[in-house]
Design a protein around this ligand. Structure first.
Ligand SMILES: NC(=O)c1ccc[n+]([C@@H]2O[C@H](COP(=O)([O-])OP(=O)(O)OC[C@H]3O[C@@H](n4cnc5c(N)ncnc54)[C@H](OP(=O)(O)O)[C@@H]3O)[C@@H](O)[C@H]2O)c1
Length: 336
């Protein structure tokens, strides 16, 4: 079969197409999936550059993909040939609390990922797709959508009329917008681009702030909320934006600590305790959360925001496009 492999951490030069990789055969408890689409996450840039801590080399990259089951191994009862499935980001987080070794068990990290014609998944690491989604749409769910769902719904229990700031307009942020609007929240979205802000307004954002033109976006959020601040913040920016998030949040509000786009650094604990802020770490989510999210997506017939779809042969161009930061929502790779 054909599969991409990250062989060394030299950026795109270390990413190779292997056209002659052995076809996988499902063992006990495994399903063999013919992949039809995959999607890029910010983390996948880190994998090719050696900036993502938990990676083996060579590794088949990407955690997010969707396809159809072509064969099941002995003992498999939950799936049959023809089922449309995605893999779960963590191979070993089924339910409950995150296992201590989850980071060492993620697809496209220390476990081979989905940028291949065929992928073996554990029966417990596969999940059926919402019927109304194409493979390309469903490929965006395992990391980006689930991270947003975990933050906004599972941890945040967001309610109608509550306010939320969502930083940026990438994959996680566009899903956070969709889930917040699904629950009737009032959304303030930030971006470096007015063009992107116009697009998220059309997708339902109530208010927007350009964080490049208005570096003190936290003060702008206070202004937009009559001085009150917001109930929730989806924090993909990291410590360079966290201090501002702690200003823009209401006393007792919740900040979902998801990413570190602006680098890592120190935070001041006094700002946390004086406002009794909840800082909630989010690491993708469990298979149980994925199932709950899929039920909601199916009921609402929600469609992921896809910026563009690249051919499998143009995978390197997809990575380069993501690195340019031009995208809004998800970048997908179609697998022939
Ligand atoms: N903890 C987890 O489980 C988890 C899961 C998924 C992702 N993440 C993290 O979440 C972040 C986003 O991931 P993604 O896959 O959604 O990325 P993505 O699709 O590549 O989107 C990144 C977007 O972030 C925005 N951005 C960049 N710098 C920013 C800043 N200083 N302040 C506010 N926004 C900024 C940009 O939006 P504009 O172009 O609109 O400015 C950019 O488009 C990354 O740090 C990633 O590692 C964490």
């Amino acid at each position: 079969m054909k599969a991409y492999e990250v062989r060394e951490t030299t950026g795109l030069d270390g990413l190779h197409l292997n056209v002659d990789r052995a076809d996988p055969v499902p063992g006990p408890g495994q399903v063999l999936v013919r992949m039809r689409a995959a999607a890029l996450n910010y983390r996948d840039q880190g994998v090719i550059k050696g900036a993502y801590g938990y990676t083996k080399f060579p590794v088949i990259p990407l955690s997010d993909g969707a396809g159809e089951v072509v064969q099941v191994g002995p003992g498999v009862t939950a799936f049959k040939a023809g089922d449309r499935v995605a893999g779960t980001f963590f191979v070993n987080w089924i339910a409950g609390r995150i296992p201590p070794d989850a980071s060492k068990n993620s697809l496209g990290g220390m476990v081979d990922g989905v940028l291949a014609e065929f992928v073996l998944l554990n029966e417990t690491g596969a999940i059926k797709l919402p019927d109304h989604l194409s493979f390309e749409e469903a490929a965006t769910l395992p990391c980006a959508a689930l991270t947003a769902w975990h933050a906004v719904v599972e941890a945040g229990r967001i309610k109608a009329g509550e306010t939320i700031v969502i930083l940026g307009t990438g994959g996680v942020s566009c899903f956070a917008l969709a889930f917040a609007k699904m629950h009737g929240a009032i959304v303030i979205m930030t971006s470096s681009s007015d063009g992107k802000l116009a697009r998220v307004k059309a997708l339902g954002a109530d208010m927007t702030v350009n964080y490049k033109q208005t570096p003190d976006w936290d003060l702008e959020v206070l202004k937009l909320t009559g001085g009150a601040g917001v109930d929730h913040i989806v924090e993909v920016g990291g410590p360079n934006t966290l201090a501002k998030s702690m200003l823009a949040i209401q006393p007792g509000g919740s900040i979902y600590v998801i990413g570190a786009l602006g680098g890592t650094g120190a935070i001041d604990p006094r700002a946390i305790n004086r406002k009794s802020i909840r800082l909630q770490g989010i690491h993708v989510g469990s298979r149980d959360m994925f199932a709950a999210m899929n039920r909601a997506i199916a009921k609402a017939r929600l469609k992921p925001v896809i910026d563009c779809v690249f051919d499998f042969a143009d995978t390197k161009a997809a990575y380069a496009y993501q690195a340019s930061g031009s995208h809004l929502g998800k970048i997908v790779i179609a697998i022939p």
